[in-house]
Ligand binder design. Structure first.
Ligand SMILES: [Zn+2]
Ligand SMILES: [Zn+2]
Length: 101
């Protein structure tokens, strides 16, 4: 597990989401959905700011963190530190950060 990475992004200071007039579905309440230990906070995930694709140098691809997606990927969001798949007909990277499909 990437313990060092997890420590570097503790969501102690959730940032205000930009663009309040947009209909960005930012959950106000605590979501009871499946949430991995090192998932980014919703504020961070949906802020639409500086989410960069990085191709991780790992042997085996990790399971995509997009809800209901079971694909595997070596691509991850540098900011969120989650793996997300990206292919011709599936763009979990985008979907993950938009919050709706
Ligand atoms: Zn991200
Ligand atoms: Zn996916």
């Amino acid at each position: 597990m990437d313990i060092a990475d997890t420590l570097s992004c503790t969501p102690d200071h959730p940032r205000r989401v930009e663009g309040d007039d947009d209909s960005v579905p930012v959950p106000r309440r605590e979501y009871k959905i499946y949430r991995p230990a090192n998932a980014p906070s919703a504020a961070k995930r949906y802020d639409g700011y500086e989410h960069y694709l990085i191709s991780d140098d790992i042997k085996a691809p990790r399971t995509c963190r997009m809800e209901n997606c079971e694909s595997r990927s070596k691509i991850k969001c540098e900011k969120c530190d989650v793996y997300l798949c990206l292919s011709r007909d599936k763009d979990c990277f985008k979907s993950y950060h938009i919050g709706s499909v």
